[in-house]
Design a protein around this ligand. Structure first.
Ligand code: CTP
Ligand code: CA
Length: 228
C-alpha cells in the first residue's frame, strides 16, 4: 500500500536532493566514478520526507536503494544529473549530496575498446563536467531559497569548505574530513561541520541517519512556517 505522507514542519515544501556517484562512460562496458555509497544522501531524503516534505531524489547509480515515499529520478552522468535537477525545479531547498565526477571522458567510445594485443593502453582525454551546485547557487531566477552543498576533504577541511561556500554561492556547506585515518569514508557514521554565513558549527560524530535528521530539522527551521 502507498506510504502515508508524514505531516510535519516541511509539509507543503518541495526539497530537491542529489545523491550517489555519477558514472562517466569510457565505452559501453567501462566508466569512471567517485566513491560514494549514496548512504548520506539517501538518509537526508528520508529525513526530509519524515518531516513532511515532498522530495525529488536525483540519484546516480548508488549502492543502496533510494528511500520509499520520494520521487526518484535515476541518472548516470553529471550532465544528466544537471538536467534532471533543472527539470525538478522549482524547489524551496536543494541539498546537493551527490559525489559528482568532476570530469567526463571526452573521447568515450560507442564500441568496446579492445586490447590491441601488443600491450599498449588507450589514452583517455577529459573535459570538466558542469558544477551542479555552482549552477543552482548562482541561478538568477528560480533559485531555491536554501542551497546546501557538501565538501568531503582530506586536508584543510574548513578552509576548502568555506571557499566552496563562496565560490558556489551556497547558503550552507556540510563539510567533513574523509582522510583514511578517520574511517568515515564508506562507514555508517559521519562527523560534519555545518558552515553558514554565520560561521562553523562542529557536530559530534554520529550515525549518518542522525546527521540527516539534524540537517533536515535545521532546514525546516530555516524555511520557517509554510504559508497556510
Ligand atoms: N558538485 C556538483 N557538481 C559538480 C561537482 C560538485 O554539484 N560537478 C557539488 C557536490 O554535490 C557537493 C559540492 O559540489 O555538494 C562540493 O563537491 P566537491 O567535489 O567537494 O567540490 P569541487 O568543486 O568539485 O572541488 P574538488 O573536488 O576539487 O575539491
Ligand atoms: Ca569534486
Amino acid at each position: 500500500e502507498p506510504p502515508v505522507p508524514a505531516i510535519g514542519p516541511l509539509t507543503g515544501r518541495h526539497v530537491l536532493v542529489t545523491s550517489g556517484p555519477t558514472h562517466e562512460p569510457i565505452d559501453p562496458v567501462r566508466y569512471i566514478a567517485n566513491r560514494s555509497s549514496g548512504a548520506q544522501g539517501t538518509a537526508i531524503a528520508a529525513a526530509l520526507r519524515d518531516l513532511g516534505a515532498r522530495v525529488s531524489f536525483v540519484t546516480g547509480p548508488a549502492e543502496i536503494p533510494p528511500p520509499a515515499g520520494v520521487e526518484v529520478i535515476r541518472v548516470q552522468t553529471a550532465r544528466e544529473m544537471r538536467e534532471a535537477v533543472e527539470a525538478a525545479l522549482p524547489a524551496d531547498a536543494a541539498v546537493m549530496a551527490a559525489a559528482v565526477a568532476d570530469w567526463r571522458v571526452a573521447n568515450a567510445q560507442d564500441h568496446k575498446i579492445k586490447k590491441d594485443g601488443i600491450g599498449s593502453a588507450p589514452v583517455l582525454e577529459f573535459s570538466e563536467n558542469p558544477d551542479i551546485l555552482a549552477w543552482i547557487g548562482r541561478l538568477r531566477e528560480g533559485r531555491p531559497r536554501l542551497v546546501v552543498g557538501f565538501a568531503a576533504e582530506t586536508d584543510d577541511v574548513l578552509a576548502h569548505a568555506s571557499a566552496k561556500l563562496q565560490r558556489k554561492r551556497a547558503d550552507w556547506i556540510v563539510a567533513n574530513d574523509v582522510s583514511p585515518a578517520t574511517g568515515i569514508m564508506g562507514g555508517t557514521e559521519n562527523a560534519v561541520t555545518l558552515i553558514t554565513a554565520d560561521g562553523a558549527e562542529a557536530w559530534p560524530r554520529m550515525p549518518k541517519d542522525e546527521v540527516a535528521r539534524k540537517l533536515a530539522a535545521r532546514i525546516a527551521e530555516a524555511l520557517g512556517q509554510p504559508p497556510q
